[in-house]
Design a protein around this ligand. Structure first.
Ligand SMILES: [Zn+2]
Ligand SMILES: [Zn+2]
Length: 213
């Protein structure tokens, strides 16, 4: 069966996601989410002041919940259209966000670097396919002239700027393919440097074996 992604020579984010060893990938939609986002209170919740203490610098539980609510609204809007693959994609993101909210953001990836978010490129309409949609909200880019514009991540996935920025403020990866982007988090950068050094060391060892064999 040909899918949207086959027709548009894009990497299918749903297939790509399954390749990654993502602990959230296999979990099903958490019906308890409705508990956190009662329909009548969604607006007042999202406009309520942050509960973050003035001294804390990282994202707080409310940031994860608010983004889960935003994605939940996309999902609800889409319900009658029945794009099951996209609904499952959103369900997995919502489940991840609620898990992260439960762990106060300690278990997930760090936020993307502030400079990375600031310097996200603008993708002009001419570079977009005619019926291409934002991976997060599933709305056609051509029908959204009034929005803040379209951007792309280094993995080349396209998003509405207003859909991807709140995600990047909480995660330094692409929500579709999980490719990592830079972070300001010192712990994440330290681990990344260590992994790179280990890789170079392993490569140097292979070179040596080759030279003396
Ligand atoms: Zn969008
Ligand atoms: Zn991607």
């Amino acid at each position: 069966m040909a899918s949207y992604y086959d027709d548009h020579s894009l990497e299918d984010p749903f297939k790509a996601r399954k390749k990654t060893n993502n602990s959230y990938g296999g979990s099903s939609f958490n019906p308890d989410l409705s508990h956190f986002m009662p329909r009548e209170e969604t607006e007042s919740t999202s406009s309520s002041p942050s509960s973050r203490s003035p001294s804390a610098s990282g994202p707080d539980v409310g940031d994860f919940r608010r983004l889960a609510e935003m994605f939940g609204a996309f999902r609800e809007r889409e319900e009658p259209l029945g794009d099951e693959a996209h609904q499952e994609f959103l369900d997995n993101l919502i489940t991840q966000l609620m898990d992260e909210a439960g762990a106060s953001g300690k278990h997930g990836p760090p936020p993307a670097a502030k400079s990375f978010i600031r310097d996200l490129p603008f993708v002009p309409q001419k570079d977009l396919k005619r019926d291409e949609a934002c991976i997060i909200c599933n709305e056609n880019f051509q029908e959204n002239d009034s929005k803040a514009g379209v951007t792309k991540l280094p993995c080349k996935h396209h998003f509405d700027r207003e859909c991807i920025v709140p995600w990047l403020e909480l995660h330094n990866n692409c929500p579709a393919c999980r490719a990592e982007v830079p972070s300001d988090d010192p712990e994440w950068n330290r681990k990344r440097r260590e992994a790179e050094l280990a890789k170079y060391a392993a490569e140097a060892e292979i070179d040596q074996d080759w030279m003396y064999s």
